[in-house]
Design a protein around this ligand. Structure first.
Ligand code: DON
Length: 303
């Protein structure tokens, strides 16, 4: 298995197409070369290759996991009151609201994820409690103590005009309550949590088992929550490339602008890849191709 994973990485290393995310200065300047991949089975065995322990900011890959935490904290009905589950067919930073309810179409786009973050813990919670909740929850999923990359966070916050604009729109529709800059800052901190592909594969494997972290054995969420999150990842995790991804790769997944991708095959395996250059949809170029190889070679397509 490790030889096979090394071979997959080697076969794609020459692909230097695409470019680092450019709207967050700290990410634009990041080394574009690291390339790593890890798989964790539902029995808790991890196979890793390449830069498997290199840390990068989780970015949008935080969204499905924060969504799980919000469902646990507030109940699914409360979450569905303010965030939908339909693919938006638009880029991650579009407003993409439903016509009648003004709910963001899903929790994987920024508008939906900012709303989801605002729900963490409870109605009375402040920014620090929400961030602590995300950090503690992600750490339990990964099985180690994670931390925020303050440089990436500061860099994104200094240019977070668009997320602030989305959040103010949501506030005018009554979808978002409270102090808008504090919610956006908390969401940005959540996106700045550092992970490796090894972490991502274990976090995803916890969804694959139906909520039991396969290394520590801790039950972190009920099977119904894990199933709901995986279904929303399948529908909306890859933004306007969701249909292309689901037909070609067939693995529910979520990408992040730092270059990570997490994928999950229910009852089988969690997968993490990392390579910073992004394609035109904002998904990691080499990561996408690594997923295509795994899907084909290992029969991982769901359908
Ligand atoms: O809010 C943002 O724009 C970033 N913190 C996260 C965006 C992201 O990762 C989109 N994914 N491909």
């Amino acid at each position: 298995m490790p030889d096979y994973l090394d071979e997959v990485l080697d076969s794609l290393r020459d692909d230097t197409s695409g470019a680092n995310a450019d709207y967050i200065p700290e990410l634009a300047e990041a080394d574009p070369e690291p390339f790593g991949m890890a798989l964790t089975t539902t029995l808790g065995r991890t196979y890793a290759a390449g830069d498997a322990d290199t840390e990068f900011s989780i970015q949008s890959i935080s969204k499905p996991f924060a969504y799980a935490a919000a469902i646990i904290d507030r109940g699914l009905d409360r979450v569905l009151d303010v965030v939908g589950v339909e693919p938006s067919g638009e880029a991650f930073n579009e407003l993409s609201l439903e016509g009648e309810t003004h709910r963001p179409k899903n929790p994987m786009i920024n508008a939906g994820a900012i709303t989801t973050h605002s729900l963490l813990v409870g109605a009375e919670a402040g920014q620090d409690e929400r961030v602590d909740r995300a950090l503690a929850f992600f750490s339990r999923l990964a099985g180690r103590d994670l931390r925020v990359d303050e440089r990436v966070c500061a860099s994104e916050l200094a240019s977070a005009h668009r997320n602030l604009a989305l959040a103010y729109m949501l506030r005018t529709y009554g979808i978002l309550d409270g102090d808008v800059p504090a919610v956006v800052e908390g969401y940005t901190r959540q996106c700045s949590i550092l992970v490796s592909v090894r972490d991502l594969s274990v976090m995803a494997a916890t969804l694959a088992t139906g909520g039991i972290q396969p290394v520590t054995g801790e039950r972190i969420m009920e099977p119904a929550v894990a199933r709901h999150v995986m279904a929303v990842m399948a529908a909306a995790g890859m933004y306007d490339a969701a249909g292309d991804w689901l037909t070609r790769v067939g693995i529910p997944a979520k990408s992040g602008v730092a270059g990570g991708i997490v994928g999950v095959l229910p009852d089988r395996v969690g997968i993490g890849t990392f390579s910073p250059r992004l394609d035109s949809h904002g998904n990691s170029q080499r990561g996408r191709r690594a997923f295509e190889r795994l899907s084909r070679d290992m029969g991982m397509h769901l359908f």
